[in-house]
Design a protein around this ligand. Structure first.
Ligand SMILES: [Zn+2]
Length: 402
């Protein structure tokens, strides 16, 4: 008699099918204007006690009332059941993760992952820095990103080049930029590694260097500072009314000295302190409207008038650094429209800042030169990966015979 031969394994093993739990699902809620976090949680079926507990956990990280409309909350859990995990955006770079367990809710901060890369760009100027024919890794530029570099570039060379007057068609630049990018492609940070600017036949270079314990500053290839003790201008916009001892005033309808410089900048533009100093006025003052006055060294004061707002913390006695944003352009006081009125006063007398020959910041000290030169050579080597654009002959305007 033949028996079917089955192995011992086959006799005792039974296959049991257990239905797999459905995968957790996520839903997203966006905080609307006038809505609170508690209302969003209420809409997702949390009990009042649980909402209270969650809000108290959130409060350890951020005042729940300061979340702005548009903040996204991700709630994850089994379908049809109460969410077990909540992700809440605290700011652009961090998320608050709340997890439900037997004892209640636990919290943790998750950092948005950052990617670092290097971008090489060239630009051939057509009319201004804003209108340049770009070359290099143009396809990797994000929306509006180039505009940020234009501001940065103008800042770096503000002391060497008057961008409202000295830029010519056919001038060019090339830059190597280190970027920190968020997963959504937005820029978290950006810094120049090296810059070259060809302006009216000369080539200016800028290499950043940070002295131990100091701030990051730009130097030329020889280690000379690019920065002046004073910035050339507090906003990177065209002068709409220069300094004069006699001009027709559009509001007063009479001739009156204009002992300052007006910049035609849009409402809300950040106004920078042109040098480090101490705030001596911050508030409303007659025809100046909302204004800030800063006292610097060498008996110099600067004034920034017609502001729409003054930045928090800018008050009498506050210390400000060169380039720090102190207020926003507006049209307060005696003003016909948004602009910045900037004054430069030395030993109590108004001066024309654009005609003054003000000193540069100190060159790099001897003891830092060796490390600077190593960094410089590496930076210039990187920059050589993109060409400094040259205009074709038909792109160069007619020469001036003089
Ligand atoms: Zn003015």
């Amino acid at each position: 008699m033949l028996r079917s031969r089955t192995g011992p394994d086959d006799e005792n093993v039974r296959t049991v099918y257990v239905p797999a739990p459905p995968p957790p699902e996520s839903v997203y809620d966006t905080l609307r204007s006038g809505e609170t976090l508690a209302q969003v949680l209420d809409g997702r079926g949390f009990s009042p006690q649980e909402i209270h507990e969650l809000i108290e956990v959130v409060r350890e990280y951020k005042n729940p009332r300061t979340f702005r409309p548009g903040v996204v909350m991700q709630l994850t859990g089994q379908p049809g059941e109460q969410p077990e995990r909540i992700l809440l955006q605290l700011n652009q770079d961090s998320l608050l993760q709340l997890d439900s367990d037997a004892d209640g809710w636990t919290s943790d901060i998750a950092t948005v992952p950052i990617r670092v890369d290097t971008l090489l760009l060239g630009g051939l100027i057509e009319t201004s820095l804003w209108y340049a024919k770009l070359s290099g890794e143009v396809e990797r530029l994000g929306e509006g990103e180039f505009q940020e570099y234009v501001y940065d570039l103008a800042d770096v060379f503000a002391w060497k080049v008057d961008f409202t007057r000295d830029i010519r068609r056919g001038d060019a630049f090339r830059v190597a930029i280190e970027r920190e990018l968020r997963p959504d492609g937005t820029l978290r940070a950006r810094r120049f590694i090296a810059i070259e600017l060809r302006n009216r036949g000369r080539v200016l270079s800028a290499i950043p260097y940070t002295r131990p314990g100091g701030q990051r500053h730009y130097f030329d290839v020889e280690g000379e500072a690019l920065r002046g003790v004073f910035l050339r201008y507090p906003v990177p916009y065209r002068i709409t009314s220069g300094y004069s001892n006699r001009r027709f005033h559009p509001v007063l309808k009479r001739y009156r000295a204009h002992r300052g410089i007006d910049y035609g900048a849009p409402h809300g533009t950040g106004v920078k302190a042109t040098a480090s100093g101490t705030v001596t006025r911050a508030g409303t003052w007659g025809t100046y409207g909302r204004m800030v006055e800063i006292r610097h060294t060498h008996g110099i004061q600067t004034r920034y008038a017609h502001l729409s707002s003054i930045v928090a913390g800018i008050r009498v006695g506050a210390r400000v650094e060169q380039g720090q944003v102190i207020g926003r352009v507006g049209s307060t006081g005696l003003s016909t429209g948004p602009h910045l009125h900037y004054e430069f006063i030395q030993n109590g007398a108004h001066r024309n800042p654009s005609s003054m020959n003000l000193p540069s910041a100190p060159a790099l000290e001897e003891q830092y030169m060796d490390t600077f030169l190593v960094k410089r050579d590496a930076a210039l080597d990187l920059l050589s990966g993109v060409d400094l654009p040259v205009a074709r002959s038909d792109e160069v305007g007619p020469a001036v015979a003089d």
